[in-house]
Design a protein around this ligand. Structure first.
Ligand code: ZN
Ligand code: ZN
Ligand code: ZN
Length: 113
């Protein structure tokens, strides 16, 4: 929660006490995903990152129809919850399960300097 951008496994390992083993970290991440506290964020590099869920998420319902933004300057990926992924019309026979939308550009913090 101290971070406003999505964290990768490596980021998480770097911030967590080294005495906690990896298996415990990943088991905890999985629990947080199941409970609706975290969601996965995919970026163009294929690195899986995790971000806090909006308060509308819970164990049975996830709402991640928002855009993710990757900054090409600082490399951080963040949730843009106020921007929703538009409905995508697929050809007949295709059933969408999850839609990920990644926008790349320069983030607010980097744009200022
Ligand atoms: Zn969620
Ligand atoms: Zn940036
Ligand atoms: Zn997100």
């Amino acid at each position: 929660m101290a971070h406003d951008y999505a964290l990768s496994h490596a980021d998480i390992e770097a911030t967590i006490d080294a005495s906690i083993d990896r298996v415990t970290i990943y088991r905890t991440l999985k629990t947080f995903l199941d409970r609706g506290l975290l969601h996965k964020v995919l970026d163009d590099s294929g690195t899986v990152r995790y971000a806090l869920c909006p308060s509308s998420c819970n164990e049975s319902e996830h709402h991640h129809e928002h855009v993710h933004f990757k900054c090409v300057n600082c490399g951080q990926t963040q949730c843009v919850e106020e921007v929703h992924v538009p409905n995508i019309a697929l050809p007949q026979g295709f059933q969408p399960i999850e839609v990920n939308m990644l926008v790349q550009g320069v983030c607010r913090a980097c744009g200022k300097s």
